[in-house]
Design a protein around this ligand. Structure first.
Ligand SMILES: [Zn+2]
Length: 196
């Protein structure tokens, strides 16, 4: 079947985008035309979730999503943690607008520990192997995000898919429960790159 093309319609079902959607990756892969042609189109989240080619498409897109972070040496961000079915990356390090005055930096230090007020990445992304989308958090919102804030971002998925993603996030929360741990992992990655 050919994708439906149009500004405000789902490429899979052809109906209007009146509920949560996903923009699929564009990539060059070894996929047959019938799957490849859906690259860079928009789908309803639920249509994507139930798409018979979802896993094949997502598995092709996944390593390419990670590659940018693996080869960038910090300019595009860092690969912080890689597991079997997900990876945690962060964006490049830049000044946080909210950290520009000493008073605000002090407040951040109180809220977020000793690193606050330093240059920080803007975001972290949990890149999922089985769904071609990311769960994103502002760097300083990590603790709220990893607890349950991420759930705002997977509306439209099936109960089963949500449960699988909840398992991933529980694993990740065990690994990186708080912002101090997140900072420690970033510091370690930066040191590794400098030592190379
Ligand atoms: Zn649809």
């Amino acid at each position: 079947m050919k994708p439906h093309f149009g500004e405000d319609i789902c490429s899979l079902c052809g109906k209007s985008l009146d509920r949560p959607t996903i923009g699929l990756s564009w990539f060059i892969g070894n996929l047959p035309e019938e799957i490849f042609q859906y690259g860079e189109t928009t789908m309803h989240m639920d249509c994507f979730d139930g798409w018979k080619h979802r896993l094949r498409f997502s598995h092709e897109a996944y390593p390419l999503s990670l590659k940018r972070y693996k080869v960038s040496r910090g300019q595009s961000g860092y690969l912080l943690h890689e597991a079997e079915n997900y990876a945690l990356v962060c964006g490049p390090i830049g000044p946080h607008t909210s950290n520009t005055t000493p008073l605000v930096a002090d407040l951040f230090r109180t809220w977020h520990g000793s690193h606050a007020g330093e240059l920080a990445p803007f975001y972290t992304d949990v890149i999922l192997r089985d769904w071609d989308f990311r769960l994103r958090s502002n760097w300083y919102d990590w603790e709220q995000f990893i607890f349950d804030g991420y759930k705002q971002q997977y509306d439209g998925l099936s109960t089963e898919s949500k449960a699988q993603i909840d398992d991933i996030m529980t694993q990740l929360r065990g690994h990186i429960p708080g912002l101090e741990t997140l900072w420690a992992i970033l510091d370690q990655k930066r040191t590794e790159l400098e030592d190379d």
